[in-house]
Design a protein around this ligand. Structure first.
Ligand code: PMP
Ligand code: GLU
Length: 396
């Protein structure tokens, strides 16, 4: 028998839907891909140029396992300036994407049976990465009335003597919600009083709209900073999904263990991509502002369109580039002779008959929702929403 642990993992549904949409496109089918959370913008030129320069200059060899010192230093400066967090380069581990950072974190923290609290709806990979590292994901359902944010009571109710860590993702994938300072303080209080680690996935921190501001839970006080492992990366902020650079900031002891794990798994992240990430973090942030403005426009349009389609609704997202669309009042209805039994059926029929790819909420522990990623042009967005409206109109 192959590894029981590996067999217990579900392949990434977000990547699977993306692959399917891309395949249909390559066959000439006009698919609107609201599936994967991958910015549609090209990586900015100054970042690409830094990579070309790295190749031409021979920066093509192994670097230190946890990343080059110049990149670690740049990340420290970023964390100080943007997040009010003071770290030393030895507390930074650069990895092959934030997904890899999360893998290192759980490898470093967990013993068999240790529980990790994951507020739902949650990003598909958290539970699987925890399981791959012998942990037990404890999924805590958050409430729509609280904008899907974990409350003190919900957190306290989920604690057991096996609880090792709490995962916080703000801005959130898939809900698009952003935690306020007060909401984070409640989580931090519980973490500190029960001595629990906090994994704070801040990969969408630069994609916040309206009056919300990003707060890193680690910045609340020294005690919570000590218990927190901050995760971030360049994939979303700089449209660099393919470059595979993510990083963590944590206590030195945890950084050393993660670096040791990484030294055997992958060694350093790609040296050329490190130079590109350095240019991204230290260069002009104008490109980020431009992409954020475009995302904000799309978000406004999407929210307004969803509200105009009878039977669909959503909570306005304030961050990231996702909308969780509530399909509950349409479930049970029929498209031709097929019943919309759940949101997976909704997604399947929408793709098959109207060529729009969305991710069924079941993947995020939000079974009556589907997730739309507004990482497509405004033109595609308009077309996609027209198709969704036609689909809903066709239901009996
Ligand atoms: N965290 C969240 C919440 C995400 O949505 C993603 C999406 N890929 C990641 C981490 C991982 O990003 P990457 O590995 O591309 O850096
Ligand atoms: N994180 C993105 C998403 O949720 C990209 C795909 C993935 O890594 O899951 O769609």
């Amino acid at each position: 028998m192959l590894s029981r642990k590996a067999l217990s993992i579900t392949p990434s549904p977000t990547l699977a839907i993306d692959a399917k949409a891309k395949q249909l496109k390559s066959e000439g089918i006009d698919v609107i891909g609201f599936g994967a959370g991958e910015p549609d913008f090209d990586t900015p030129d100054h970042i690409k140029e830094a990579a070309i320069k790295a190749i031409a200059g021979g920066f093509t060899k192994y670097t230190p396992v946890a990343g080059s010192l110049d990149l670690q230093q740049a990340i420290c400066r970023k964390l100080l300036e943007d997040n009010g967090l003071s770290y030393q380069p030895a507390e930074i581990v650069v990895s092959n994407g934030a997904k890899h950072s999360l893998t290192n974190i759980f490898a470093a923290l967990l013993n068999p049976g240790d529980q990790v609290i994951i507020p739902a709806p949650y990003w598909v990979s958290y539970s699987e990465i925890v399981k791959l590292n012998d942990g037990v994901p404890v999924i805590v359902q958050t409430q729509k009335k609280n904008s899907f944010k974990l409350t003190r009571q919900e957190l306290l109710g989920a604690l057991t003597e096996k609880t090792k860590a709490i995962l916080i993702n703000s801005p959130n994938n898939p809900t698009g919600q952003v935690y306020t300072r007060e909401e984070l303080e409640a989580v931090a209080d519980v973490a500190v009083s029960h001595n629990l680690y906090v994994i704070s996935d801040e990969i969408y921190e630069k994609l916040i709209y309206g009056n919300f501001a990003h707060v890193s839970i680690a910045s609340l006080n020294e005690k919570i900073k000590d218990l927190t492992i901050v995760v971030n990366g360049v994939s979303k902020t700089y449209s660099m999904t393919g470059w595979r650079i993510g990083y963590t900031a944590s206590r030195r002891e945890i950084a050393q263990i993660m670096s040791s794990v990484q030294s055997h798994a992958t060694s350093n992240p790609n040296s050329i991509a490190q130079k590109a990430a350095l240019a991204a973090i230290t260069g002009s942030q104008q490109c980020v502002a431009e992409m954020r403005t475009a995302f904000a426009k799309r978000r406004d349009y999407l929210v307004q369109q969803i509200a105009s389609i009878p039977g669909l609704s959503c909570i306005e997202p304030t961050g990231a580039f996702y909308v969780l669309m509530d399909t509950s009042s349409l479930l049970g209805r029929n498209f031709l002779d097929k019943q919309l039994t759940d949101s997976a059926k909704f997604a399947e029929l929408l793709l098959e008959h109207f060529q729009v790819a969305v991710v069924p909420g079941i993947s995020f522990a939000a079974p009556t929702y589907v997730r739309l990623s507004y990482t497509v042009s405004m033109e595609q967005l308009v077309k996609g929403m027209e198709r969704i409206a036609s689909f809903v109109r066709a239901l009996s």
